[in-house]
Design a protein. Sequence first.
Length: 164
Amino acid sequence: MGVYLALHIAAMPILLFLFYAQARHWFNDHAFSMYFYAYFAVYITSAVLLFFVCLEVFRSALSAFSGLQRLGTVVFRWAALVSVIVSLSTLSLDQPYTRMITHIAYGLMRSVSILELCLLGFLCLSMNALRLPARSMTFGIALGLGLMSSSDFILASLSPARQR
């Protein structure tokens, strides 16, 4: 979680500078490409780090049950792998390079968002069995990630359809 937060704290000033430089035409026409690649590098890295945050929250929730934790971690990894394969299998290879980057990034983030919502649902349904109080940090992080991913889904459903 700390690496995820540090990535966003470090990337935000750089991305804002590149965005401002693009508006002011400081780097001729290179500012857009610098911003584009930096933004999607941070976005893909965020998706990968969010997967590890979800795995960390899952392990923390099952820390009292070591046997279930090992089995659950294996199942969690397989579910994440299947989710990534399914979301990336819809990728068309006849697109320009830059469109492929955006589709890969959005597909990975969509997979991680579904994983976050499933983790939140799992924790909500099994809080009593796991002896997890509603005020625990594990549940709070899962709730925050679930709210963030649900707002992303709502924003994606309200935005105009992307061209394919």
